[in-house]
Design a protein around this ligand. Structure first.
Ligand SMILES: Nc1ncnc2c1ncn2[C@@H]1O[C@H](COP(=O)(O)OP(=O)(O)OP(=O)(O)O)[C@@H](O)[C@H]1O
Ligand SMILES: [Mg+2]
Length: 231
């Protein structure tokens, strides 16, 4: 048992609470965020969305994966894509081989159906980042990316992207203009208010539809219920 745990942590494997414990208060908070996102996009179909944050390590990848699971549990056909082609993690989380993925499709080597993987959940499919390219922003802004997303949207109710932080690189801004909505993750005691504002400003500059923000990693008060807030 001990050696297995060590092996998984070496692999940077992660556990998704929305999947392993859907009845927990934290999973309930993810469902609240799902409901709020659906209300926030009431006038428009939410067929594609991306999750980003101002800076690094604020919880984008964890939030994206848990949200993808939470939408899939609502019987929506969901495709989760790792569009953080700088620090990809989806292949660790879902224990996938990352030798082909999004970057392989965008450079024209593979098609969507060749890189898509099934998850353990009925309604959740996955595309890892693929090999890290030298030019992630150009790939995300390419015609190939637009075509890829159009095809993906035909097959899935929701396409959800994990991305790189918006203050660091332009990837998030570029992708946001292709997506129906953007969810901004902030981390308690980490995200500076000015950085959060700047991130929203950058997204607004490209007419992104910022649906709301998640305050991640809030200290639990008495009950775990306060772990996550969605707004
Ligand atoms: N609410 C939380 N409680 C405990 N640990 C958390 C929480 N949110 C994130 N973490 C941990 O913090 C680290 C960073 O989280 P994550 O990888 O989701 O952030 P990120 O914004 O995607 O980072 P990056 O900018 O590197 O892509 C991970 O080890 C993750 O497990
Ligand atoms: Mg990440």
């Amino acid at each position: 048992m001990r050696s297995r745990r060590k092996k998984l942590s070496n692999n940077k494997a992660r556990t998704l609470i929305a999947q392993i414990n859907p009845r927990s208060p934290i999973s309930e908070q993810y469902r609240t965020i799902r409901t709020n996102l659906q209300f926030a996009s009431v006038d428009q179909d939410l067929n594609s969305m991306m999750v980003t944050s101002a800076g690094p390590s604020e919880g984008k990848s964890l939030t994206t994966s848990n949200m993808a699971v939470t939408f899939a549990q609502q019987e929506k056909k969901v495709l989760l894509i790792d569009a953080d082609m700088r620090k990809p993690t989806l292949h660790y989380t879902f224990r996938l081989d990352n030798s082909i993925g999004l970057s392989s499709v965008l450079i024209g080597d593979y098609s969507l159906d060749q890189v898509v993987r099934r998850s353990d959940l009925d309604n959740l499919d996955l595309i890892p980042s693929g090999p890290i390219p030298p030019n992630p922003s150009e790939l995300l802004g390419s015609k190939a990316m637009k075509n890829f997303l159009e095809i993906a949207k035909n097959y899935y109710d929701l396409v959800i992207f994990d991305t790189a932080p918006v203050l660091a690189v332009t990837d998030g801004q570029i992708l946001s203009s292709l997506c129906d909505g953007v969810l901004l993750v902030t981390r308690s005691k980490q995200t500076e208010i000015d950085a959060g504002k700047k991130a929203v400003e950058l997204l607004n500059q490209v007419q992104a539809n910022v649906l709301g923000a998640v305050l991640n990693d809030v200290e639990a008060k008495n009950s775990n219920y306060y772990y996550y807030y969605g707004s």
